[in-house]
Design a binder for this molecule. Structure first.
Ligand SMILES: Cc1cc2nc3c(=O)[nH]c(=O)nc-3n(C[C@H](O)[C@H](O)[C@H](O)COP(=O)(O)OP(=O)(O)OC[C@H]3O[C@@H](n4cnc5c(N)ncnc54)[C@H](O)[C@@H]3O)c2cc1C
Length: 418
């Protein structure tokens, strides 16, 4: 028996680890396009960029992990093609046979196309190499322009402010992090970043970049014609899934590699997990593709069990965090813009939670600097607790206290109006 995993990132290493934990004794081979010991990405836009520190990448597993677990890591080796009929993965030199194949290929940054986008000084942030370049550039940068007010853009904005830079963020949408956050939370973050000193320009995209006298980027010109001096630019406009290998192998892709509730593609020997996978959601939306550590690790654990013959659906509750300067944002469940929202806590003190209700019942919680609320929300939502808006509005209600009480699950639709 042999399992081949394509991608040595968060999901790829976790599925390898979980296979061993679950008792799998066959061959495990991880194909990793990047060279070196696989590392954690989240710190790259946070601690790694902090001023005054010599940054050290955090490995996903220690160097001894691979030998101890008898897992072969092919590092710096991209998988080039899949032959599903022969159950082989083609590499630059030779190929690997598999009984099960797991795609954990992640996602790549979306690229901008506008005049001047190739000028030196314009960066993306996805890999350790990107983070090293930014860490080297930040101490001498003065005027920074960030394209896109998503998680990466705003985490980087906070890091750049800490280096004493002037920071402008251009965002086409009316709110930051608009695809993921409730309007209440998005508006709060817009004000919070402005209060820290970020010049956040909403409803304004990038038109072009212009060179300075040294031939490097010198300015960003926005869609309104405004001119922003820039000696360093970060483009953070989202990612797209690495699903071409799968589609070339005849597997269905649609914003990610399409899998069923067991995380299998239409070929039962092939699974896909993490940022590259489009999966049926057990939490409302029809299909999801999530970009988070939680999704990568939980799906990896599930995929390991699927490979070993389990056949229950993947139902883990999505959760996420982002640290933006003094603000620790945590989300449990997936909020929708049309959810009914209730704010608990103190927004002025940056310690509050937004509770989202769907059909009158708690469905998601976003928290700022309220770790206890977040942990309680995860517990309540994962257990299917029925917390109504009326309960949450009652004097003395806290998520933390509700999380300690015995959970009353949401009844099935046939037993209650829903
Ligand atoms: C800067 C940054 C900050 C982040 N911060 C947070 C955060 O605060 N919280 C959070 O929850 N998430 C965060 N994320 C997202 C999180 O890191 C990802 O969701 C997670 O890493 C996804 O895991 P994955 O294994 O699916 O993909 P990855 O970890 O990206 O791994 C995929 C790997 O597959 C490799 N690969 C692709 N194609 C091939 C091929 N053909 N052959 C071999 N290898 C291949 C890639 O090189 C890559 O190393 C952040 C991401 C970034 C970039």
């Amino acid at each position: 028996m042999s399992v081949v995993i394509i991608g040595g990132g968060q999901a790829g290493l976790q599925v390898a680890d979980s296979l061993r934990t679950e008792g799998y004794e066959g061959k495990i081979e991880v194909i990793a396009a990047e060279s070196g010991l696989p590392y954690q990405r989240p710190p790259l836009s946070k601690d790694y960029l902090a001023p005054g520190k010599e940054p050290v990448p955090l490995p996903l597993r220690g160097a001894s992990f691979f030998a101890e677990k008898n897992i072969t890591l092919h590092e710096g080796v991209p998988a080039l093609a899949i032959d599903r009929a022969e159950q082989k993965v083609k590499l630059t030199e030779g190929s690997l046979d598999y009984d099960h194949l797991v795609f954990a290929t992640g996602a790549r940054n979306r690229t901008l196309s506008c005049p001047g986008v190739s000028l030196p000084g314009i960066h993306g942030l996805k890999t350790l190499t990107d983070a090293k370049a930014l860490h080297a550039a930040l101490p001498t940068a003065r005027n920074i322009v960030i394209i896109g007010a998503g998680f990466i853009g705003l985490e980087f904005a906070a890091a750049a402010l800490a280096h004493g830079c002037d920071v402008t963020v251009l965002e086409f949408a009316p709110r930051p992090m608009g695809r993921a956050l409730t309007p209440v939370m998005g508006d709060w973050f817009a004000a919070a970043h402005r209060s820290q000193g970020v010049d956040l320009r909403l409803g304004e995209g990038i038109d072009r970049f212009e060179p300075g006298t040294d031939g490097r980027v010198g300015a960003a010109v926005s869609t309104t014609g405004a001119f922003y001096p820039a000696d360093l630019v970060l483009v953070g406009i989202g990612v797209q899934p690495n699903d071409t290998l799968a589609s070339n192998a005849g597997l269905e892709t649609s914003n990610g590699i399409v899998v069923d509730e067991m995380l299998r593609t239409a070929d039962p020997a092939v699974l896909a997990i993490g940022d590259c996978a489009s999966f049926p959601s057990a939490h409302g939306q029809l299909r999801l593709r999530l970009e988070s550590v939680q999704n990568a690790t939980d799906q990896a654990r599930h995929a390991a069990r699927t490979v070993l013959g389990a056949d229950h659906p993947y139902t883990e509750l999505p959760w996420f965090w982002s640290t933006q300067g003094p603000y620790r944002l945590q989300m449990a469940g997936l909020a929708r813009p049309d959810d009914d929202m209730l704010v608990l806590g103190d927004q002025a003190a940056a310690k509050f939670s937004v509770l989202c209700f769907r059909e009158g019942v708690l469905s998601a919680v976003e928290s700022v600097n309220m770790a206890a609320d977040h942990m309680a929300a995860r517990k309540l939502l994962a257990a299917g607790a029925r917390i109504t808006r009326t309960q949450a509005e009652a004097e003395g209600f806290t998520l933390k206290a509700a999380g300690r009480a015995p959970v009353v699950p949401v009844p099935p639709c046939s037993a209650a109006p829903c």
